[in-house]
Design a protein around this ligand. Structure first.
Ligand code: TMP
Ligand code: ASP
Length: 238
């Protein structure tokens, strides 16, 4: 496999074409952003930590029957993935109230949400990822109803797998965001799963162990991501 041209540079990852038209290389960079790219910093080791974290989670999900784009780790900061036609809608599940839910609805942070909530956001930084719904997604052609049904089913399936995985390691999966794409007529999980796109709290102390450490200037961002990984059994040493 030969890595070729950079196709797209996102806020934290870049996508490269390869000599195989069905495969891309994802490069996890040390760049970190928040608030739709308004706050930016380079955090040493972040690319490596998120690449390994993502590979670990994607393999767990695949083993549990969730189709993912992940193929294999290529290097400490690079992974080979299947090429997807991405759907510009972000799927968010919340098990505990935090973040924009608290700001929008005035609810207190830290409440158990039963049943877990499911929200859709349009992937558009300029518009600050506005909340949308299935009716808007169908009308504007972002996805059809069958695809939306499958995205919702898979997003909840991910919740049942990952809630247990984190709970067994003494952590709470508070919320997370997933992105899906189309591949050979199927809906497949794309993008990444790392502490950048979810909230994880220590179950006893409720210490924040995710990107809120960066957003809120709490410090020890990557050290804490590594602690989450170590508790899950991920080895970060090269
Ligand atoms: P929110 O509380 O800001 O709506 O985010 C909910 C969860 O989804 C949180 O874990 C962060 C993640 N998320 C992203 O990583 N990127 C996004 O663009 C959005 C909307 C949410
Ligand atoms: N990932 C988005 C950004 O970089 C949103 C966030 O995490 O706050 O702006």
């Amino acid at each position: 496999m030969e890595k070729r041209n950079e196709l797209y540079a996102g806020k934290a990852k870049s996508v490269f074409t390869t000599d195989n038209p069905d495969r891309f290389v994802l490069v996890f960079r040390d760049d970190t952003s928040a608030f739709d790219g308004e706050k930016k910093e380079q955090l040493n080791r972040k690319g490596m930590v998120n690449n390994r974290f993502n590979a670990f989670v994607m393999e767990k999900l695949e083993a549990a029957g969730v189709p993912t784009h992940f193929d294999q780790l290529l290097s400490p900061t690079e992974s080979l993935v299947r090429k997807l036609e991405m759907i510009p809608v972000e799927c968010v599940v919340r098990n505990v109230s935090a973040g924009s839910l608290c700001r929008r609805l005035g609810v207190e942070e830290g409440q158990d949400l039963n049943p877990p909530t499911y929200e859709l956001f349009l992937k558009n930084d300029e518009l600050h990822d506005p909340m949308v719904n299935e009716s808007l997604a169908v009308t504007f052609g972002w996805a059809n109803q069958d695809e939306l049904d499958e995205m919702k089913r898979l997003t909840y399936e991910v919740n049942s797998v990952l809630k247990t995985l984190f709970a067994d390691a003494g952590m709470l999966l508070v919320d997370y965001k997933l992105e899906f794409g189309r591949c050979e007529g199927r809906i497949v999980l794309g993008d990444e799963f790392s502490p950048d796109g979810c909230r994880i709290w220590d179950r006893e102390t409720r210490k924040k162990m995710d990107k809120d450490r960066f957003r809120q200037g709490l410090g020890d961002v990557i050290e804490t991501y590594e602690e989450v990984g170590r508790r899950l059994g991920i080895h970060f040493d090269d």
